[in-house]
Design a protein around this ligand. Sequence first.
Ligand code: GTR
Length: 327
Amino acid sequence: MINRRHLIATGAAAAMAGCGQVERPLYSADAHVADYPTVQGVQAMARMVEERSGGRQRVKIFAGAQLGSERDTLELTIFGALDLNRVNLAPLNAFASETIIPSLPFLFNSVEHMRTSLDGAPGQAILDALRPHGLVGLCFYDSGARSFYNTRGPVHAPEDLQGLKIRVQNSDLYVAMVQALGANPTPMSFTEVYQGLVQGVIDGAENNMPSYESTRHFEAARYYSYSRHVMAPEILVMSKHRWDRLSGEDQAIFQQAARDSVPVMRELWDARVNNARDRVLASGVETNEIADIGAFSDRMESVWDRFVASDVQRRLVEDIRNLGGQV
Ligand code: GTR
């Protein structure tokens, strides 16, 4: 049985020994359940790695937040006690300010724009920016668009969010976004949201359809309003400690397999979005489009001003915007 304590102990031992050959597979964490597209994406990468390395490298995935919250598992990954981690960009916002950029509200004008930007130079620059922080960014996975859902009623205007307690990820950017809309942001880890909704500790949250469905949040919060305020992607990272102990050949195998797993993940993702929507609608959830999205994006100006603070960030925004005209 692997748990956090065990990981910390073995990770520390490996780091201290300088550890050459490692017999065990690389351990990878994910907050989602095993059949979720992010887990399946890493699984696809794992199959390619095993095949291409002739069985020399293997990956074992711990799904369902078995190893802890994204913030906690990221610490383990940076420390070298965990090898791989699939997380959202939000918990990385505090480490590397470049990761804030794709998380900015209303940045991308379509899924195609998001994919083109992440597959291109801006995406590569963000992946590379993680190395000084102890992580090697391998690839981005889709996370669609996040929208608000709650237990009270449909949201058509920011006024409908007024005073609602909305769970956010552990990121100052998300706190500021929700605050700017007039709601009360409540940072909380993903696994606590369901109970929070049921017990009325929070009134709502924001996420994409597949997460809303797979976590059963839709059973407790029956109103899902398509604000599509953020298209922050998922990311797969490897601990730099582990990366540095791989041969050049195996580094290339991991890098290429991660890239090759992206189209696999995207296909699963697109199907999952439709299935999740059908399931929640069949359960009687009320969804609504928002006619005046401008009322939401207008309130984001101060958020942009506060979180886009460096030249590096401004250049990324510009590069991403330039790509928007091409798709
Ligand atoms: C999901 C994402 C997770 C986690 C979660 C959350 O969309 O895939 O990695 O970030 O949202 O809201 O905590």
